[in-house]
Design a protein around this ligand. Structure first.
Ligand code: NAD
Length: 451
């Protein structure tokens, strides 16, 4: 039997292994899912929601164990990993209420016609997820899909199969047989699942994989939601609270070792405040605790795996070779780790073009805002942006000119409760979350009668 090994990136120890699904096992899972949809798809929203409400306390009870698995599989320090597990369990009950509300029938009418919108099952949904928030990303993709009456076959990341497996096993205890199944494997398994008899693909991951899925799904007009990578700008205007902006830049560049889709990957600072900003950023960066191998601490963990470390080191070394100034950073990067680094860069460097997904903060000075916006928008990515300014009207006007799905002003990009998570351009294709996002997991049907 072909198996997948999960390795702790900090200690290099084997965490565990799972069997890789072959073609026939994928087919069996998808067939079983089609059977399950027949009854699950006609259950009421309240009945479906109740399954998740029953599961939520069990996720919370097992949050410590789930967090330990997240930490050992992808390297995030334990306390933060347990935080992810608790967040997932804590949010579930009220998330399903929001989804049920969004998917409930509603009507409009004119003088002649009364029309009702129903949100119905599409059939079987393949969910494919990454490793950087390995349980949260699964919940994001599968819960709205299941609430919409679809059955789901999930393939978690090959880097984090065990925490995905545990989370799915908890949910399975509360769901009818076949409604939620899990298969393991790498990208070939993902591709087979995409090309199997599924009607929808809910995907979070890289732009490269998203593009392949878009092409594969086109053959049968499968519905897709793609949440993809980013190269997010942080713009610090001349009237910004510089200390707050520097603190934000450090937090948003290094959290999860920079392995966050909305990490601040390009930091643009007005030249009049650049010196003060860089001083603050370096100060915050110098205080970050990195104890290699120690996942009990609260500092920076290792990169998820060698392939990711090599990618980040390649970008870092290439930037240095191209003349980037190192404002802060180590001479040596311990095995498995990339030490937090602050660079002063120019736009033409590789590190300012492609997603880094590592703890490198790249600062570029600007003087002309129109020229800057042109540069910001020259990227194929368009996930989110952050602006720091004391003038909210000015920052809002600027936000409207930036080609991203989300913009945060004096804060990260996430919106108020109930807002969707949206990527523009090559950072996303359709979206999830919020009323409109929940509805993307269903087939809308409109039934009209004369008045
Ligand atoms: P990845 O694309 O390499 O893999 C993601 C998942 O897709 C894995 O399960 C993998 O096995 C599978 N896969 C890869 N190629 C496939 C294919 N052709 N067909 C089907 N399945 C395939 O991404 P990753 O390295 O796991 O995650 C990091 C990426 O995810 C980054 O680009 C990050 O920005 C992005 N991300 C985006 C969001 C968002 O909300 N926009 C959130 C988290 C992560």
């Amino acid at each position: 039997m072909n198996t997948l090994q999960s390795i702790n990136p900090a200690t290099r120890e084997l965490v565990g292994e799972v069997p890789v699904a072959d073609t026939s096992q994928i087919q069996v899972a998808v067939n079983r899912a089609h059977e399950a949809v027949k009854s699950w798809g006609v259950m009421s929203l309240e009945e479906r929601a109740q399954c998740f409400k029953d599961a939520a306390p069990v996720i919370l009870e097992q949050a410590e164990e789930l967090g330990r698995l997240i930490s050992s599989e992808m390297g995030r320090p334990l306390a933060m990993a347990v935080g992810e597990a608790k967040g997932v369990g804590g949010a579930l009950a009220h998330k399903v209420d929001d989804i049920a509300k969004a998917l409930s029938p509603h009507s409009i009418e004119d003088d002649n016609v009364h029309s009702t919108f129903y949100y119905e099952s599409l059939g079987v949904c393949a969910a494919i997820t990454p490793w950087n928030f390995p349980v949260n990303m699964i919940q994001w993709m599968i819960v709205p899909a299941l609430m919409a009456g679809n059955a789901v076959v999930i393939k978690p990341s090959e880097q984090t199969p065990l925490c995905g497996d545990l989370y799915v096993k908890i949910l399975q205890q509360f769901l009818p047989e076949g409604v939620l199944q899990i298969v393991h494997g790498g990208k070939d398994t993902g591709r087979e699942l995409v090309n199997s008899d599924v009607q929808m693909i809910a995907f979070t991951g890289s732009r490269r994989a998203g593009q392949q899925i878009l092409a594969d799904a086109a053959k049968d007009f499968k519905r897709i939601i793609l949440e993809l990578g980013g190269k997010d700008p942080l713009i610090v205007l001349e009237d910004a609270d510089v200390a707050a902006a520097a603190k934000f830049a450090a937090t948003n560049s290094y959290f999860n070792s920079g392995q966050v889709c909305v990490s601040s990957e390009r930091v643009y600072v007005h030249e009049s405040i650049a010196e003060e900003f860089e001083k603050g950023l370096v100060e915050h960066t110098s205080k970050i605790d990195v104890v290699p191998g120690d996942q009990e601490g609260s500092g920076l963990g290792p990169m998820v795996a060698d392939f990711q470390r090599e990618h980040v080191m390649r970008q870092l070394n290439s930037a240095l070779a191209d003349g980037a100034e190192k404002l802060f950073g180590a001479d040596e990067h311990p095995e498995g780790y990339v030490m937090p680094t602050v660079l002063r860069v120019t736009d033409d460097m590789d590190i300012m073009q492609e997603e880094t997904f590592g703890p490198i903060s790249c600062v570029r000075h600007y003087s002309d805002i129109d020229e800057l916006i042109e540069k910001v928008n020259a990227s194929d990515y368009g996930l989110s942006a952050v602006i720091f300014s004391e003038d909210i009207d000015k920052a809002t006007a600027l936000a409207r000119r930036i080609e991203t799905g989300m913009v945060g002003i004096n804060k990260g990009c996430s919106g108020a409760e109930g807002t969707p998570w949206v990527g523009a351009k090559q950072s996303g294709y359709s979206y999830h979350g919020g009323e409109a996002g929940h509805r993307n997991f269903a087939q809308v049907k409109i039934v009209s009668t004369p008045k």
